[in-house]
Write a new protein. Structure first.
Length: 256
């Protein structure tokens, strides 16, 4: 039986708004919930796994605090309202830390939305504003063979909330999927990293609040807002992605 205890450091690259903040506090708690649900799903499918999770959270925006790599097994970079290609001091520090993780082989990397883009930037590829516009709400992602193998679904339905994208795949990275508005929906290197452009941790309530907020501020016009709200309660594969993150973290133990 595989009985690892995984120490996962969540780098909080933003904080939630309104009701979401009241309910969860920080995004680290959302990801803790996602990873625990993913671990439960994996355990239900595989009696040979008994997994312990130790999730710690680090505010890399306001406090710019980071974990000691010797004390963790994986780093997860969250989403953010900020631009991954900007040069704010905290973003440059985050990119440098990500490069540090990439330069070693033991600690694994998980990236979500902004975090996915930061990993792309740290690996030297173009990250910028998309010329195809926003992706919002539950969106279908066409998976590659590797994406289907990792996520255990034929097509991935996942919440989106982004206009920035990774434009190309870094050297040595396997593609996990694509959509009409984003060619790089996920990246993977065995025993090294896994990323998704979408938000597996989001729920319909969370995305509805973001849609309301951005519509009220004029970021989303009426048509985009109404389209997003029509899809916000559709079923999505967030837990399937959480389970894929857990299986990714377990790969090393299974192959040992």
């Amino acid at each position: 039986m595989v009985k690892p205890s995984l120490r996962i450091a969540v780098l909080e690259c933003d904080e939630p708004i309104g009701r979401t903040k009241e309910k969860y506090g920080g995004y680290g708690n959302l990801f803790k919930e996602l990873l625990e649900s993913g671990a439960k799903s994996v355990a239900e499918q595989d009696d040979d796994v008994e997994l312990g999770l130790d999730v710690t959270k680090y505010d890399v925006v306001k406090h710019e605090v980071y974990p000691d790599l010797e004390n963790i097994d994986a780093v997860l970079l969250t989403g953010s309202r900020y631009n991954s290609y900007d040069n704010d001091p905290w973003i440059l520090k985050l990119v440098e830390f990500t490069k540090k993780v990439l330069a070693q082989e033991r600690v694994l990397l998980i990236g979500v939305c902004f975090g996915h883009q930061i990993i792309g930037r740290a690996m030297g590829v173009k990250v910028a504003l998309s010329d195809r516009g926003w992706e919002v709400s539950v969106t279908p992602v066409q998976l590659t063979a590797k994406g289907k193998d990792l996520f255990k679904v034929e097509e991935l339905a996942i919440h989106q909330m982004h206009r920035d994208i990774v434009y190309e795949f870094p050297e040595g990275v396997e593609s996990l999927g694509h959509s009409p508005r984003c060619d790089v929906q996920g990246m993977y290197i065995k025993h090294r990293l896994i990323t998704v452009q979408g938000h597996p941790e989001f729920t319909g309530d969370i995305v509805a609040e973001l849609l309301d907020s951005r519509h009220e501020r004029g970021i989303f016009d009426d048509a985009m807002y109404e389209d997003g709200m029509m899809r916000v309660r559709k079923p999505h594969d967030g837990i399937a992605v959480g389970a894929a993150f857990i299986r990714f973290l377990l790969e090393r133990y299974r192959s040992a």
